[in-house]
Design a protein around this ligand. Structure first.
Ligand code: ZN
Ligand code: ZN
Length: 329
């Protein structure tokens, strides 16, 4: 494992990661007068993401810790985005829209079907009920599970962020694990809540990149999803049913094996390569990441993006896919 960060640096230097995939006519994907498109998204989930984390001794404690870190980070993220006018697509767990929830006949969210026991590359679920950790209280008593205040801050920002969808309860969406009826119920719960906020959801990211149920996703009105099969500077793929697949370029996170200035160099260099190759750069992060990302990497990186604003189209997933739909009619 020690060698991995060094190998990764070598592969980066050699231009093998992210892989650059060129297209004959890049103007179908990058509007005039820009040289590249840059999409940044956040998987906004608080405690919902980590409660079944594989290999964590006490996954619920880890989940609560992550949620607290995420709550601390988000106001700083909103601030730095305002300083440099950088919009983010917030793929939001639907439960976070709620002020509170309560049990009905002893059950949380009885209207939603439950996932069966499963294991995947990130999680092991062998509990009694998928909602067993839902406190069924409210944001004051259990701020790790509800976030209407943070959503309000995101929407109240001077930057035009987008709220997208990350399922209602951070489920595994793969076809092996999630029956279509369950996927549909989770998406509809999110859409109904978002509607109460005057929002319509169209961008989606599968929790843990558990890609599946693409037919349901399309039927429920979503237009895009993100994948992590490899790191690519290339172009989105249109699936047969019309959904757009955005291939990840890199995740933002702090690796303690690397100096801080190397992080900044690396992310800047990715964006420089995107401009040079006329490709789409898809960056994403967990807002529970180390706060050093915002304080020591994004300060320099966002200034660099802002200084190249005439060459980089910084868009949300929804805005970018609107452009694609228009161009690929
Ligand atoms: Zn609940
Ligand atoms: Zn997630």
């Amino acid at each position: 494992m020690f060698i991995k960060p060094y190998l990764s640096r070598a592969n980066f230097l050699l231009g093998r990661n992210p892989r650059i995939e060129k297209a004959g006519d890049f103007r179908r994907f990058i509007p005039e007068p820009y040289q590249c498109a840059l999409l940044i998204s956040a998987d906004f989930e608080l405690a919902w993401a980590w409660r079944y984390a594989r290999g964590a001794g006490k996954p619920l404690e880890l989940a609560l810790e992550k949620a607290r870190q995420e709550r601390q980070n988000i106001p700083a993220i909103i601030d730095i985005c305002e300083s440099f006018n950088i919009p983010i697509t917030w793929l939001t767990v639907g439960h976070l829209f709620l002020q509170s929830c309560s049990r009905e006949n002893g059950r949380c969210h009885p209207e939603l079907p439950r996932l069966p026991h499963f294991e995947n590359r990130f999680w092991v679920f062998s509990g009694d009920d998928w909602f067993e950790h839902d406190p069924c209280s409210g944001y004051r008593d259990a701020p790790e599970w509800y976030a209407p205040g943070l959503i309000r801050q995101i929407l109240g920002s001077t930057v035009k962020h987008e709220i997208g969808c990350h399922t209602f309860s951070h489920i595994d969406c793969s076809d092996e694990t999630c029956p279509p009826g369950l996927m549909r119920a989770e998406l509809r719960a999110c859409k109904a809540l978002a509607e109460g906020w005057g929002l319509s959801l169209r961008s989606f990211v599968h929790p843990g990149h558990t890609i599946g149920n693409l037919g349901v996703l399309k039927e429920e009105g979503f237009t895009s999803f993100r994948t992590d099969y490899r790191n690519v500077l290339g172009y989105p793929k249109r699936h047969g049913n019309g959904l757009w697949e955005l291939q990840q370029t890199a995740e933002f996170y702090y690796r303690k094996e690397w100096p801080l200035d190397y992080h900044l160099y690396r992310y800047k260099e990715i964006i420089r390569r995107a401009m040079a190759s006329h490709t789409v750069c898809v960056l994403w992060f967990h807002p529970s990441f180390d706060p050093l990302v915002v304080s020591h990497i994004w300060t320099g990186l966002f200034a660099y993006i802002d200084a190249n604003r005439d060459k980089i189209w910084v868009a949300t997933h929804g805005e970018y896919v609107d452009f694609l739909q228009e161009n690929f009619k």
